[in-house]
Design a binder for this molecule. Structure first.
Ligand SMILES: [Zn+2]
Length: 481
């Protein structure tokens, strides 16, 4: 089955055909670094990370550009409040962005352009739009004239006349149409400013994404992504700027993908409601892996409701999937009985699971469905493991390898169980492993001596810190609850 994606432009699922065979070029709108990332930021970047991982799994060569809006009202305001320059704020929160996103196992984009580094490109495009008659200058400001662009409103499905009628009365009278937007803003006191043909000033918000995407991805590229709150006006304006500037028959972007909103306990997330969560605060209570898994358990276009209850639920589900990882790793240590029939049977199970997983991902990156396929395979692994442990099923290395590789392929696309697969543990974890071996040995010793009080005391004390012991024919295993 071919990959199909829901294109906001056409409001339907379309078969994905790249601009250039075997390659995918994508642009994702990044953050304005004036605060630490919140959960509304985590969703699009986790989503695009999985999309990228899947495209690479499908053997596409992916080039990913994501900007930082480092020149912005909110940054300037924060800088003035703290009495520092704008770049101190921007650099601090760009660092925070990377810290949080790295923890969430979000692989980095190929390039992270910033506004402050692209003034020349931005000014060039604004000049071009003025020269072509799409923009006009008023008192050192430059505005884009939406009436000059025939297709204005095509992404959001808005009508330019309706927008005029619905505009508020206090519209800037210097504008030709209420929806005209600033490409360049003249300098105000206390603000950073750059030289331009229209005097000192700084760019409007939308023009940066046009400048950066055209520069790094060309005049027509494959994917443009962001939250659905960016459809209007940001992405609508990007189209108007880019297509007017480039003047080509092909579209600026071939597929527009937008992720759904996040609500908190079924309410809109906002600072004024006090339900505004920073990722770093959530990570004090839940592991990054749980947060990532939680986000991906819902299809990216559906609304996602964030609550403690749902995060705990995601944590429990993730632990169920982790049991299969532990089992599969244990199976790797078993002797090979080389039973061909069993091997064929397991290979078939693995192939079917892989097919189902890819079918789900091919359907507009349906991670929710893909995860349910993963649960199915986890069950097969657990049944097989239990059979082998009980001596009822022969272990076959060939069959086991198929199960393991398929399960880990899925985990890698979802972006979980990295540590279990690499087997890499840091020093503190290694120490925990060694200490646990000692504790388990002491308990075993107590049990052999029929010292039940000590054995129970060890179990209860471990339980109090969230560690559960499980007896298995291979000995005692422990895990965190
Ligand atoms: Zn953008």
């Amino acid at each position: 089955m071919a990959l199909k994606v829901y294109n906001t432009m056409t409001r339907q699922k379309e078969e994905f055909i790249p601009h250039e065979a075997g390659k995918v070029k994508m642009y994702v709108c990044g953050v304005t670094p004036y605060n630490h990332p919140h959960i509304g930021n985590a969703r699009p970047f986790i989503t695009w990370d999985v999309i990228k991982r899947y495209l690479e799994h499908c053997r596409y060569e992916v080039f990913h550009v994501q900007n930082f809006t480092d020149v912005d009202d909110k940054i300037i305001k924060a800088a003035n409040t703290e009495g520092v320059t704008w770049d101190v704020i921007a650099n601090r929160y760009i660092a925070s962005y990377f810290e949080v996103m790295d923890k969430l196992n979000i692989r980095r984009a190929d390039i992270y352009p910033t506004v402050s580094d692209h003034m020349t490109e931005i000014i060039n495009i604004v000049e071009g739009l003025v020269a072509k008659g799409y923009a006009y200058i008023v008192d050192g400001d430059v505005y884009y004239s939406v009436e000059k662009f025939n297709d204005y409103g095509k992404l959001s499905g808005r009508d330019i006349e309706d927008m005029k009628a619905g505009a508020r009365v206090d519209v800037d009278e210097r504008k030709h149409h209420p929806m005209d937007f600033a490409l360049w803003k003249s300098a105000k006191p206390g603000e950073p400013a750059w030289e331009s043909p229209w005097g000192k000033g700084r760019p409007g918000w939308h023009i940066e994404c046009t400048a950066m995407s055209l520069k790094y991805l060309g005049n027509s590229f494959d994917f443009h992504g962001g939250g659905s709150d960016l459809i209007f006006p940001h992405h609508e304006n990007e189209i108007a700027q880019s297509e007017a500037f480039v003047e080509e028959s092909q579209p600026f972007v071939r597929y527009w993908l937008h992720n759904g909103f996040i609500t908190v306990n079924e309410e809109k997330m906002s600072k004024s409601l006090g339900n505004f969560f920073l990722v770093k605060d959530i990570l004090e209570h839940y592991s990054p892996e749980v947060l990532r898994f939680f986000v991906l358990s819902t299809h990216y276009r559906s609304p996602l409701d964030f609550s403690d209850e749902r995060l705990s639920e995601a944590q429990r589900s993730l632990e169920r999937l982790r049991t299969a990882v532990e089992n599969v790793l244990q199976l790797g240590k078993m002797p090979d009985a080389a039973n061909e029939n069993k091997a064929d049977e397991l290979v078939k199970v693995a192939r079917q699971a892989e097919e189902d997983f890819c079918k789900a991902m091919d359907d507009d990156f349906n991670t929710a469905l893909a995860i349910s396929v993963m649960f199915g395979l986890a069950k097969e692994i657990n049944v097989y493991y239990n059979g082998v442990i009980a001596g009822k099923v022969q272990h076959t290395a060939k069959g086991y390898t198929a199960l393991r590789e398929t399960y880990f392929m899925m985990a890698n696309i979802i972006g979980i169980f990295v540590q279990e697969q690499t087997g890499k543990v840091d020093d503190s974890q290694e120490l925990v492993e060694q200490l646990m071996d000692i504790i388990i040995e002491i308990r075993q010793h107590a049990r052999q001596n029929k010292d039940w009080a000590t054995a129970d005391k060890v179990r209860d004390s471990l339980g109090a810190v969230g560690i559960v012991l499980e007896d298995s024919p291979q000995g005692v295993r422990w895990k965190k609850r």
